[in-house]
Design a protein around this ligand. Sequence first.
Ligand code: GRF
Length: 217
Amino acid sequence: MAGYKIAILISGRGSNMAALIQACQADGFPAEVALVLSNRPDAPGLAIAKAAGIPTEVIEHGGFENREAFDAAMTDVLAAAGVRLICMAGFMRLLSEEFCQRWRDSLINIHPSLLPAFKGLHVHERMLDAGVRIAGCTVHYVRPAMDEGPILVQAAVPIAADDTPDSLAARILQQEHRIYPLAVRLIAEGRARPAGGMVAIDNYSLPRQWLINPPLE
Ligand code: GRF
């Protein structure tokens, strides 16, 4: 269903953005990227988006009196672009309650942990310090509290004995690039929706390829 327009919010590198753009440009994908919006003019992801022919906008948060005013400017641009879904992809700004409410159930985020564990920043280092054996990543609907909201898709990533924060981040990122397009597909096809603090998915079959530890036969 081309015509299901999404926006991607970035602040930096934009590798998840690039994965979403690539997925959307593949034949038969049910969504298209109508806009990439950055709060930083120097975000490297902007050049990737432009090279892929995607419209980009920069709204610098520093130019606004407060968070609400910045968020309202984003809402104007996003609404004008006619987007139905907003994907945060390394967007390093907290969002106001008003923005979360305005885009409730149309706003998703990716986080490099198996939420609700390890919300916040410096996640890879904190997971290693805690000695957990399984890390992972999560795509979730956004609610006003940081890294909170109904979970759409997760992938698990085992931790190696010699992992550093960088090596672990690199392996988790590979999985991020797989689960973000899957989550967008489920929403754009109308198969996934928030329901009672969780996400209901129509015709859900255990997606074996997303599991590190498939069920025993
Ligand atoms: C990713 O690890 C994502 O999970 C987190 O910020 C990072 C963004 O990386 N929210 P990139 O800009 O998508 O490469």
